[in-house]
Design a protein around this ligand. Structure first.
Ligand code: HEM
Length: 296
């Protein structure tokens, strides 16, 4: 049985780092594979921590023809209710998480060095866990995330299917208007998400525009599930959430986005009044075996 990249599920690291790369059009597949092999070198891994590698819909079939998922598509812009989620599809995504910002930075620099000959850096985003796993709005992010023992089924493509034990991932960089959000009284903030702020308890009377009213979707009596691993980023000037989620079925992402942007029923997510997506990409995160076949 193939094994998933363990960093998808590893918990506890408070320091995260996201890199996205655009492949140079003239980079041959074997040079890309050699660059990726460098990610396993001690000079890169010396910081310890987890490395998760994902591939965009153009790159993966070039590196591993015939060894892939059958539903990997580029991220397309989502537009509705006067709001827009732009598509900024890149070719590769590397997510690091570990015990310190210094070590994650060393690893990130090492990875950028490995990739320098074949790809340009498009995203360079350190992130962190804020307080007790809260978004910078102050709301707990992850309350209804599946627990790790269930997350495997939610996130991984099942055995016997193309890309087995790999996962579809979506990344989106959201920039918040924190002053505007924090200018609302607490009960109004709670209505934006549909949960209480302190204890993250679901509101009985949450509005249809609440974030969780939008993203909870039932099909055939079953709730569509994704496994979220988002972390905040920022400084005093610009701050937000680097949204990351994994799924065995990529259509769940599109269904949730279309309800957030009101495409399904004309009702949009109140969260869009306070946060704007600046990027959006889909990636395939292959199993260790599939990744090994590319880099060995
Ligand atoms: C600015 C961006 C976002 C922020 C700050 C945010 C924050 C939150 C918060 C605070 C919760 C409630 C607690 C929890 O169950 O984790 C939540 C739930 C959730 N969010 Fe988001 N979210 C964002 C974007 C998204 C996007 C883009 C999606 C999917 C396309 C999404 C999917 C979900 C799902 C599936 C839940 C769980 C709902 C439930 O089962 O009750 N979120 N989010």
């Amino acid at each position: 049985m193939n094994a998933a990249q363990p960093g998808i599920f590893a918990q506890g690291a408070r320091h995260h780092y996201h890199l996205e790369f655009d492949l140079r059009p003239d980079a041959p597949a074997d040079a890309v594979a050699a660059a990726l092999a460098g990610l396993r070198e001690p000079a890169v891994t010396v910081g310890g921590g987890n490395i998760v590698v994902g591939f965009g819909p153009e790159l993966w079939p070039r590196l591993a023809p015939g060894d892939g998922p059958d539903r990997l598509q580029p991220f397309l812009p989502v537009e509705g209710a006067g709001r827009r989620a732009p598509a900024t599809q890149h070719d590769a995504w590397v997510w690091l998480h570990g015990i310190g910002p210094d070590l994650q930075l060393d690893m990130a620099r090492g990875i950028v060095r490995c990739m320098a000959g074949v790809a340009d850096l498009a995203t360079d985003q350190p992130c962190f866990v804020y307080r007790d796993s809260r978004d910078l709005t102050g709301f707990v992010d992850g309350t209804e995330n599946p627990p790790v023992q269930d997350a495997v089924d939610v996130a991984l493509i099942p055995d016997g299917q193309p890309g087995a034990r790999g996962s579809y991932a979506m990344t989106m960089r959201w920039v918040h208007r924190l002053d505007a959000f924090h200018g609302l009284a607490d009960p109004e903030q709670e209505r934006v998400f549909g949960r209480s702020k302190e204890l993250s308890i679901e509101l009985d009377d949450k509005p249809d525009t609440a974030h969780i009213s939008r993203v909870v979707i039932e099909e055939d009596g079953e709730e569509l599930q994704i496994f979220r691993r988002s972390t905040p980023f920022g400084n005093v000037g610009e701050a937000g959430l680097y949204f990351v989620a994994f799924s065995a079925d990529p259509t769940r992402f599109n269904k949730m986005l279309s309800r957030m942007f009101g495409l399904a029923d004309g009702v949009s997510d109140r969260l869009l009044d306070f946060s704007t997506p600046m990027s959006g990409s889909f990636y395939f995160v292959p199993s260790l075996e599939s990744l090994g076949r590319v880099v060995d």
